[in-house]
Structures are given as structure tokens and as C-alpha cells.
Design a protein around this ligand. Sequence first.
Ligand code: JFZ
Length: 405
Amino acid sequence: MHKLVWWRKAKFGMFIHWGIYAVPAGMWKERKVPGIGEWIMHHARIPVKEYELLGKQFNPVKFDGREWVRVAKNAGMKWIVITAKHHDGFCMFDTKLTDYNIVKMTPFKRDPLEDLAKACKEEGIGFGFYYSQTLDWHHPDGMGNDWDYDPNEKNFSRYLEEYVKPQLRELLTSYGPVTVLWCDIETPTPEQARDLREWVRKFQPNIIISGRIDPRWLGGIGDYRQMGDNEIPPGKVKSDWETCATINDTWGFKSYDHNWKSTGVLIHNLVDIVSKGGNYLLNVGPTAEGTIPQPSVDRLAAVGRWLKVNGESIYGTTTSLFGELEWGRCTTKPGKLYLHVFAWPSDGQVRVVASESKSERAYLLADPKRENLEVKSEGKDLLIKLPTRAPDPIDTVVVVEIERC
Ligand code: JFZ
């Protein structure tokens, strides 16, 4: 079975940006630092010697890996991707390559990836990790820190050979099956990217590598195309692709970022992305205490409630013939159209241009009795008569069973 088969069916995953940047949580020297929280070291040009001290303040006593995996599973998410090492270089796992890690440099002294990998295994959720293979503001040879280190002094190839590859071996041989390696900020050259890919596949042949390992991102070297952050393409995209997205305006926790997207927007984005053939990797940014912010938990639970009723119209579906429709989106399975009605039509009916197919019957997916809806053909179109009021104001799914003409 091709390694992407499960991923293509899964559609919805949890991204977790967690690190010592959750301690300042967007503040530095009593001042708000604009921008995404996990970039605070860069945005505030914080010297390594000062930033390292955050490790001493990082003690997530409320961390419960099983609880996090349950939040993901209950939301209808099929895999998680946790930041093992982000651009600040701090290692959220037990590594022999540096003491700049959660076991050696924090009062927590434990490796959270162990708990998460174990809980994923027990809950049947894919376990993946994010690894910043190019930017490392702590490592003298890593890219990006030009406020502590002289960029001309850096030996990036040595960093890849003597640091990145040994760490990837640790990560790929210490936590059991790893479903996804999420690289980020492209590797400088295709040769280096290919070399890393071959190295990773030695330890986990079935791992799925994100498109951002590849300088050109088009999934040439990675296994799928990674869109820009929060970027949803205007129309369907043929190749395997994914959009990673935030629930508020940051990936890493920021204490004052309360700009939470509504559950409606999250469900519409999921359906929009899936109707165009993509996957949705939705982020949470846990606190330094080890909890997922409640507004995220609440919204993910609500998305999960919608998927419990309407999951058939998401998991394992493919794109439809129709692009964006004025009343919503469409996903398909053989012999079935799933009409996702976002905007309830004032004339009480939805029109589907179904030139090549004849409708067998139509019903509401949420209707346990699956009562037939009135379907009329008008030329090449199908007109489906809807109940007066939208059963689900966010997205009511109408199933049209079609027989290809
Ligand atoms: C990267 C990281 O820098 C960021 O911290 C976060 O982890 C995010 C998921 O990925 O940010 C990017 C990378 C690439 C683009 C935008 C943000 N891009 O090319 O559009």
C-alpha cells in the first residue's frame, strides 16, 4: 500500500508548536514583541546566553501527553506533528548532541515526545514531528542567527552532517513508527535536501516528508506540496498538498493573542481544503505550564462534534467537478456527491450542474432516517429541494447519490 494512502484519506491533523518560547509568550523586557510567538528570539534579537535562561523557567507540570492526543482524536484529527526542534534550536526531546534540551536544561527533566508517541500508538493516531533542518539560532553553524554569530564563519554542511543527521537518527529510532517528518524553511540546495531524505528513509522507509525539505517546495523532493502558512488555494490542486494553519495569529503560545477563528471558519476551511484535494494541519500552541489554551480545546471539540455527524463527507473523499459554489463546496466518493451548504439558499433549493450523471436520490447526511429530498432535473442541472431552515447553520451536508450516465 502506497505510504500516502492513509494520509490522503485522513485529511485533518494537529500541529503542535511547543517550546521555551512559551515562557515569554510574546513579551520581552515587559514589551510586546510583534509577530508569531516562536520567532521572539529572532524578532527581539535575543542573545543565545539570555535566551538559554528560559530553559530554567520551563517546567510544564500540567503536561499530559494522553490528554493532548485525546483533544486531537476527539476533534477528528488523525495524526499529530509536534515541534521536536524549532528555529530557536531548543530540543524538546532527549538528545545526546547538545545539553540545550528539555531533559538537561529544564526543571521538567523529562522527554514529552515519549508520552506523546506512546499515547498516539494507544489511541491509533499518527505520530509525527517538526524539525527545523535549516534555521537554528542557537547552533553556531545553523542558519539565521546573525546577531550572535558571524554568518561568514558558519559551516552549514558540518551542521547538517554532525548535528542534524545524528539528531534525526535519534528521533527516528527512539519513538517507534513516525508517520510524518515536517521540515521547515527549505534546505539550501536540492542535493542537501535529497541527501537528508535518503538519510531519513534509512530509518523510517514509510515516513511522509513535508514539501518544505525541498527548496522548490513543489513536493519534488518531499512527498507532498506544502502551501504557505494559512494559504488556501483558489481552486483544486492535482498533486498531494497540505495547508498548515493557526487558530489565532501565532503558532507558539502568546499570552495576549486572543484573535481566535470561529468554529464556523475552521469547519469551512477544512471543507474548502478537502474539496480542493488537500489536507488541513491545524495548530495548537500550548502554554509553558503544558496546557492547550481552552479557546483551542473548545473549538476543536466543536469541529469534532461536526465531524462525528458529517465525517463521511470528509474522510476518504476526493475533489469534485465543481470549484467554489455560491452556496458552499462539494466533496465526492464513487456514486456520491456531498454538497456542503454553507449559505442556506433563500429559494429553498440548491442547483447542481450534473451534466454527466443522473440522480438516484438525495438526503441530509445528518438525518438518521435519511428521508428523501425532492430532486428535479432541469436540463443538465439537478435541483434539490431543501427544508426551510438549515439544520446546521455552519455546514449542512446534502448527499446526492448519482449514477454515472
Ligand atoms: C514557518 C516557521 O517559520 C513558523 O515559525 C511556523 O513554524 C510555520 C508553520 O512555518 O513559517 C513560514 C514558513 C514559510 C512560509 C511562511 C511561514 N512561507 O513560505 O509562506
